[in-house]
Design a binder for this molecule. Sequence first.
Ligand SMILES: [Cu+2]
Length: 66
Amino acid sequence: MTTIRIKGMSCGHCVAAVTKVLGAIEGIAEIKVDLARGEATFREEKPVDRALIRERIAEAGYEVDG
Ligand SMILES: [Cu+2]
């Protein structure tokens, strides 16, 4: 599993939005977003470009940290 830190999530709506964004990226599966930890964990069915993840998360109004 892969874990990334995401800044800017503050409620269940944010969790749903981030989950949806990640779910729309080909190769990402089994997404779990932890609001309290500010983290998203998922399985990569194939290598996924980190820059793409960063870009899509930013488009939704959040920031991948690190
Ligand atoms: Cu929110």
